[in-house]
Design a protein around this ligand. Structure first.
Ligand code: GAL
Length: 655
């Protein structure tokens, strides 16, 4: 198993490298990631390459048994490149070309940038293809975010993207509904870039976001092609950003051997435990495969001012959380805090002084334990019976048009995910294109965009015995972001056994009490006014104008069951109650119910089953566990309960 750090030898005197490598080895580290911002060091002048410094660093590291993942260094172009070829820089929404000097600010439509990116990738790959110290590659750094560009090359590329997608202008005009506000295009060249996602045509905005995402995928693809050809023995990965919204990670992951991600919890925030778990489940779902942590915060962090330091046990807990969710490799960001540059306050394991410290010792403990667990973890992953659909299209369209005040697609996913977390149930986050039939329960939050084919697949899934949970704003729009002209929930009406003739918002924090099965809970933000056809009413609204309507329904369809939740519950307890009932319908039970703040995750396979328990709180916690099993970190045998220290972890071998 690989455990290590992100290391920047180019930030430190060469005389220090041997001590760094020695300390890493002593900590049990066996891998580093190198070079991902070092383009200018590799190519100090156009076409002149220098890999000697990295050769020497690799040699020092190899002497201490440390292997390397190399980054293609394209996230920052050299100053000489931007100076000589200013067209590589992004043009922002106001038409201004960005000044060189930050990072991740180059245009992926630029032929010049792509040519240089391919050249440096080729040179690096050629040089390191058979280097014994190199095991794999990370493409670029964190695709998405800051480099959406509006230059003429991007406009032309966008028009090409649309031509390929729609074939004819007539079809584009239809798909975008350009009859509204007289926006009909008579020539492809008239199609503009998108600068205002709150004002321009929503269908155009969706395609612009798809285009941006695809540009990233294509740019990475060009590097991957080179690496595959020249370095067939090496793996290729990329460091994704968990729940970051800009790039469709299912598409970005396609070219990679496995996904990695960068986990940057803000220490001390209670939602961190949940968000890092959700992100990990998405990262595993991106390829239905275990993943790596390529950057794991190792200390207080921030660019301007830093947040609180990690408390004893926190680094270990955060590492084990990712291990439990399927991390097969873990790398701390970064080895030593840099004395220069924007990230002077973004702390690594070591402080600026480079001395072994408390965080270093805790990371060393983790590495030691991981190496002991490694043989048992081989081939094990989270094998979930529950899936939750993560639809980038629905995420994007709700960012342009929330459709009701306070609506947030990712928050909606979190409501269900957190309830499953509290119930001790593992889940996969999947794409709407994935096969649903392998799951007993599919949760489909806010599937605004419902192409007909997806509606039919969901219906078939229920008919064949699946349990589906759908909710507000389901099937409002079609695949091009035009609103369907069907009564909601459109093609899913018969599967869900309901019609929704009207809906409403609950403004100014208004709440409506729910009735029947959810008496005691309240509806917030939004209400679907549901008329059940074949569905039973599980809850209604206690409001005089809504007595004829249902709020939550449950429908039997052939061998399956379909739930519909037409509002947002007011508390986590609402979602705990809902999930308990839906899990019961799906016949899913948890291995144990953890106390609040304790996470229970099972990794299984190869005839083995490991239960990870992680205490995310600062109190000791007692967890009921199956008796007579081995706790692998202490070598003890379990009694009926197990006590976890604050931020403590345990790994119980169930089978
Ligand atoms: C990450 C990035 C790293 C480093 C870190 C701290 O997002 O990949 O290179 O910048 O943030 O800011």
């Amino acid at each position: 198993m690989y455990v290590g750090v992100d290391y920047y030898p180019e930030h430190w005197p060469e005389t220090r490298w041997a001590l760094d490598a020695q300390m890493m080895q002593k900590a049990g580290f066996n891998v580093v990631r190198l070079g991902e911002f070092a383009w200018t060091n590799f190519e100090p002048a156009e076409g002149c390459y220098d890999f000697a410094w990295l050769d020497r660093a690799l040699e020092v590291l190899a002497r201490h048994g440390i292997r390397a993942i190399l980054g293609t260094p394209t996230a920052v172009v050299p100053a000489w490149l931007a100076h000589r070829y200013p067209e590589v820089m992004v043009v922002d929404k106001t038409g201004q070309r960005r000044t060189w000097g930050v990072r991740k600010d180059t245009c992926y439509s630029s032929g010049v940038l792509r040519r240089f990116s391919q050249a440096i990738t080729t040179a690096l790959a050629t040089h390191y293809a058979s280097h014994p110290g190199v095991i794999g590659w990370q493409t670029d750094n964190e695709f998405g975010g800051s480099n959406d560009c509006r230059c003429p090359a991007c406009q032309a590329a966008f028009q090409d993207f649309l031509r390929q997608r729609y074939g004819t202008l007539d079809e584009l005009n239809r798909a975008w509904g350009t009859h509204f506000w007289g926006q009909i295009f008579r020539a492809w060249e008239e199609v503009p870039v998108i600068v205002d996602t709150n004002g321009q045509n929503p269908s155009a905005c969706l395609d612009w976001q798809r285009f941006y995402s695809d540009q990233n995928v294509r740019y990475q693809g060009e590097q991957v092609q080179i690496l595959r050809r020249l370095c067939p023995r090496h793996f290729i990965t990329h460091n994704l950003m968990g729940l970051a919204p800009d790039v469709n990670y299912f598409n970005l992951a396609r070219d990679l051997d496995f996904v990695s991600w960068d986990n940057y919890p803000v220490w001390g925030r209670p939602e961190v435990r949940y968000d890092a778990a959700l992100a990990a489940d998405l990262m595993r779902g991106a390829k239905h495969k275990n993943f790596w942590i390529m950057e794991q915060t190792a200390g207080p962090c921030g660019w301007g001012s830093f947040n609180r330091n990690v408390r004893p046990g926190e680094l270990r807990a955060v590492a084990y959380q990712q291990l439990a969710h399927g991390a097969d490799g873990q790398i701390w960001f970064r080895w030593r805090t840099c004395t220069a540059g924007r990230e002077q306050y973004w702390h690594g394991l070591l402080q600026h002084d480079g001395k072994p410290n408390r965080r270093y010792l805790e990371a060393a403990q983790v590495a030691r334990e991981y190496h002991l667990l490694a043989p048992l973890l081989e081939g094990l992953s989270v094998r979930a019976e529950v899936a939750m659909i993560y639809d980038y299209d629905s995420l994007w369209v709700t960012r342009f048009q929330g459709s009701f005040e306070g609506n947030d697609y990712r928050e909606q996913l979190k409501r269900y995910h957190r309830a499953l977390f509290r119930a001790g149930i593992g889940l996969d986050i999947i794409s709407p294109a994935d096969d649903f039939s392998r799951y007993k329960l599919v949760i489909a939050p806010e599937l605004h965009l419902m192409p007909d084919a997806l509606a039919r697949r969901l219906e078939a899934y229920i008919e064949q015995g699946g349990t589906l949970l759908a909710d507000v704003r389901t099937a409002v729009k079609d695949g091009t972001n035009l609103v369907h002209d069907r009564t909601l929930p459109g093609l899913l009406s018969s599967a869900l056994g309901i019609a929704i003739p009207e809906y409403d918002v609950l403004a100014d924090k208004a709440e409506i009490p729910l009735t029947q099965g959810f008496a005691g809970h309240k509806a917030t933000l939004y209400t679907d006014w549901i008329k059940p056809t074949t569905a039973e009413t599980v809850a209604g609204y206690d409001a005089w104008w809504l007595t004829d309507y249902a709020a939550i329904t449950r429908n039997r369809l052939a061998k399956g069951i379909a739930w519909y939740v037409g509002t947002i519950g007011n508390t986590p307890a609402f979602y705990d109650g809902l999930i308990a009932r839906v899990l019961a319908d799906a016949g899913i039970t948890a291995p144990l119910t953890p106390p609040p703040g304790v996470e229970a995750v099972v990794r299984s396979g190869q005839g083995r089953e490991l239960l990870f328990l992680i205490n995310h709180t600062e109190d000791c916690q007692t967890v009921p566990v199956p008796t007579g099993r081995k706790e692998l970190l202490t070598g003890t045998t379990t009694a009926t309960t197990l006590t976890l220290d604050r931020h403590g972890v345990a790994v119980v071998q169930l089978r």
